[in-house]
Write a protein that binds this ligand. Sequence first.
Ligand code: GLN
Length: 551
Amino acid sequence: MSRLTDPSHNTVETKYIFVTGGVVSSLGKGIISSSLACLLKARGYRVTIQKFDPYINIDPGTLNPYEHGECYVTVDGHEADLDLGHYERFTDIRTTRANNVTTGRIYQSVIDKERRGDYLGKTVQIIPHITDEIKRNVMALGKTGRFDFVITEIGGTVGDIESLPFLEAVRQLRWEMGDDCVCIHLTYVPYIRAAKELKTKPTQHSVKQLQHVGIQPDILVLRTELEIPEGTLRKIAQFCNVSADAVVQSVDAPSIYEVPLMMHAQGLDTAVLRKTGIQPCGEPDMSAWRGFLDRMASASGSVTIGLVGKYVELQDAYKSINEALFQAATYCGRKLDLRYIHSEKVTEGNAGEMLAGMDGVVVAPGFGQRGIEGKFAALKWCRTHDIPTFGICLGMQCMVIEFARNVLGLADANSTEMDPATPHNVIDLMEDQKCIHNMGGTMRLGAYDCRLAEGSHAAKAYGKTLVSERHRHRFEFNNRYRAGFEAAGMKCVGENPDTRLTEVVEMPDHRWYIGTQYHPEYSSTVLNPSPLFLDFIKAAIDYGEYKQWEN
Ligand code: GLN
């Protein structure tokens, strides 16, 4: 891919694009940033996206999903904000630890420097020390020379106390970089039903707030339920000092995957190019993306998948799994009918009823005791009724425990996470986890190789025997029990080539009963869906058809 050049073909500096949000949270800054990255990449530019989060946690790894949704994991083992999942799914760009920085990380680094004496006796202050550290991190990826565009999403909403140092850093960078830097502000234009009017005042106030900290947005993206009339857009442009061709509206879309093309139609990518002094030429090559949207539009019939987990009221908790299932269903020509099944409510008595109508079942990852018995009950039903079943991380561990209890007759089998005194620790703490006391960033994290047994179902699904997938766990299958499991029909078909840790179990005599210690959902993208999810959905579709035929 070509290096960014100006019209006279001189190589030019990396361009920095900042995305801030105003009025309310949850406007979809991550989706807008991802869509922009997708379009710039489709124009042949080298792009990366990063997220700066104003909270004090070092990373979201210690956050409960109720606080912040799913914890995403990068290949290099960083526990990251779920927006990095969107970035990867939209762009196929692999992110790393450098793509997600929090206030906590910034302060930790400044305090470490202070302790080392790096500040040579100076009073350490928010300005310039914290802001300089933010600026250094903002530019870290750009400085590698690997990118034409670095898109930086600033978490939170303008006006939050926490975001002030980040906005001050953006203000300084904007001033220092001139045309190499563009600020996009995403706001909300509410529709007041009683008055039948779209209201621009919150946007005006939000832009004022940004101007108050010294940032004049170059581009406005207006999130709206209804199409905003031309006159209203002009009014916003005029009141906010933004040129009329840089006011873009983002009308609620039926699917997040439609947003890149909508943003292109609105001219977001061309506005960014113009503002950074690049003459937009040609069109982004979105043919593969359009291909996916066509599949979405032409999908007929549905595939019904039950997701058994304890965070069912919270859709963001299983974001990557939802998206991986959706992508796989779309590639299989089906609409995804995803049903959340509360693991705390499933019992051996009602499992049949709660799982009725499912073409396939996913047992979700997780931590702790809550809902675990429901996962066992659901798995027992799926295993004994030969329903395509996919256990992910804790879901895989539950497959192992349920099998130990009900097939191997080890009644008290458990994971030492749930019962440290279990006589049958079929899932146990990894050796190198035994002396760890700090919870943050200490799990087995990131991508590891996995060797799959020749001829196994998993190997066939991937079409190869060596794969690399991402992990986030402390406990593992206890290989001392391996022979017993294999003799009774649950095979360990995937293992780490170096440590021999069991990564995949499956029951070869079942339609599709596979558990992975890793999380294949993290690497599933729109243009490269996970082979394992694809295979699972195919099995679910076949099973759905078989059920119909049987009736
Ligand atoms: N709680 C389990 C472990 O730590 C599983 C983790 C997960 O599902 N991500 O091993």
